[in-house]
Design a protein around this ligand. Structure first.
Ligand code: GLU
Length: 478
């Protein structure tokens, strides 16, 4: 194992969506490629928005995609606990240490005051920034405010002058003025840590070597986090900011672009290998023409230095294409096992040992883009078609077909079924279009769909006879 350690720190305030899953995949691939460690940390500092059910759902989605973590809240690890809500005492300790060293200070300003300041700045056309009113309070002033019962927040003392350089392994060096960063709060008056503080303490204590996350953190958060590292006298990890994922209209990816939560894609019948494959292409490329990979191949070819700077565009069509490829690549058992839940939820009576069904599904897999398309495609297998009336000449055709079918054996291959269908032409003295559409309608109630030889081979002789008889009997009653 190398000493490379990366983390994926979702906030459990919603389900795992594609953009966040992409960050997880890049971290995981980098860890696996470098034989490092992938840490799952749950950033649940906000008790009103964090929910246990989201935490569970996020973990389920990660595991479904095959992204297992080496350390995390459920399995522990050398740097536990891995839930921020269980680490408040640690953050408080470091906030106190900064206070003691005069690198942070208590701020007694009320929310109302801060809001008024903010509004005034906006009216002046200035960027709202804390005016550092509490930075130089005397001890006596502090005590006075405390005696009034005001509970302070803690702000970090950001240097008043100079610049900070973010060395980003993807984007190169970026410079920020300390002045623009403000003395931001590291601990709120209710003693909870802010994100920019907790994340630094955790990344440091958990020995994270590479912080790989979305570009949306680059301007607002990363320089502030570097201030915390500096004030604590700690070395920073390497930072790598992944390009944003945008919709086709170049706006931030959202539901409007058809992008949804990972579990919704799962429901629709996207395979985990399709999601990981497609998301890996959002901002990274193998450097050649190849775009289709399973997870193992991705580990082999993934290279952080090939992550680009320009935004990635989410393309639903391409995701479907990738899924089509991976579905086509499943073997007979794999596609059968993975299809069962989709058939069962459609209320089909499924027998897990049904070999004909297994063959049928496998034979049409390459026509599927999503597994949710399957139940409608093979409806004929589970449901008899509705009765319909036929003309006397159609009756004659079906009578002829029936006579031939009654001589068949019960089980036969797709090829044998094809031969039967071809031979009927001579037996009935008709061109194929004189009987094939009618047989299809009789067996499925539909005008198009799965190839007819596959249909009759899947149904078997007895069921084919049964459906022919139903139409013929119905005709007699007319
Ligand atoms: N909890 C943060 C988020 O979900 C983590 C960001 C980070 O990687 O530092 O956005």
């Amino acid at each position: 194992m190398s000493n490379i350690r990366v983390r994926f720190p979702p906030s459990p305030t919603g389900f795992l969506h594609l953009g966040t899953a992409r960050t997880a995949i890049f971290n995981w691939l980098f860890a696996r490629k470098e034989k490092g460690v992938f840490v799952l940390r749950i950033e649940d500092t906000d008790p009103t928005r964090s929910k246990k059910e989201y935490e569970t759902a996020i973990m389920e989605d990660l595991l479904w995609m095959g992204l297992k973590w080496d350390e995390g809240p459920d399995i522990g690890g050398s740097y536990a606990p891995y839930r921020q809500s269980e680490r408040f005492a640690i953050y408080q300790e470091y906030a106190q240490a900064l206070l003691k060293e005069n690198k942070a200070y208590e701020c007694f300003c009320s929310a109302d005051y801060l809001e008024k300041e903010r509004e005034e700045a906006l009216v002046r056309g200035a960027i709202p920034r804390y005016n550092r009113r509490c930075r130089e309070l005397s001890n006596a002033e502090r005590v006075g405010l405390m005696e009034k019962g005001i509970v302070p927040a803690i702000r970090i003392k950001t240097p008043l002058q100079g610049e900070i350089i973010v060395e980003d392994i993807i984007r190169g060096n970026l410079t920020f003025a300390y002045q623009d960063l403000d003395d931001f709060i590291i601990q709120r008056s209710d003693k909870t840590p802010t994100y920019n503080f907790a994340v630094v303490i955790d990344d440091y204590l958990m020995k994270i070597t590479h912080v790989i996350r979305g570009e949306d953190h680059l301007h607002g958060n990363t320089p502030r986090q570097i201030v915390v590292y500096q004030e604590l006298g700690w070395n920073t990890p390497y930072f790598g900011h992944l390009p944003m994922v945008l919709g086709k209209d170049k706006s931030k990816l959202s539901k409007r672009h058809g992008a949804m939560g990972v579990h919704e894609y799962r429901e629709m019948g996207y395979l985990p290998q399709s999601i990981t494959n497609y998301l890996a292409l959002l901002g990274w490329s193998a450097g050649d023409e190849r775009e289709l990979f399973d997870l193992e191949e991705l580990i082999r070819v993934f290279d952080l230095s090939r992550v680009g700077k320009s935004p990635a565009i989410f393309d639903d069509e391409k995701l479907r294409w990738v899924n089509h490829y991976h579905i086509s690549n499943l073997n007979e058992k794999e596609i059968f096992d993975i299809s069962l839940p989709y058939l069962i939820r459609t209320d089909y009576q499924v027998d897990k040992n049904d070999n004909r069904l297994r063959k049928l599904i496998s034979s049409i897999k390459s026509s599927l883009h999503r597994l949710e398309e399957l139940p409608a495609r093979i409806r004929f297998y589970f449901k008899s078609p509705e009765l319909f009336s036929i003309s006397p000449s159609e009756r004659e055709v079906l009578d002829g077909v029936r006579k031939d079918v009654s001589l068949w054996k019960e089980d036969f291959s797709f090829d044998e079924a094809n031969n039967f269908l071809n031979d009927l032409s001579q037996k009935l003295g008709l061109p194929k279009k004189g009987y094939l559409p009618l047989i299809r309608k009789t067996l499925t109630g539909e005008e198009k769909g799965v190839e007819l030889n596959i249909i009759i081979s899947s149904l078997g002789r007895d069921k084919v006879l049964e459906r022919l008889d139903a139409i013929l009997t119905n005709h007699e009653k007319q």
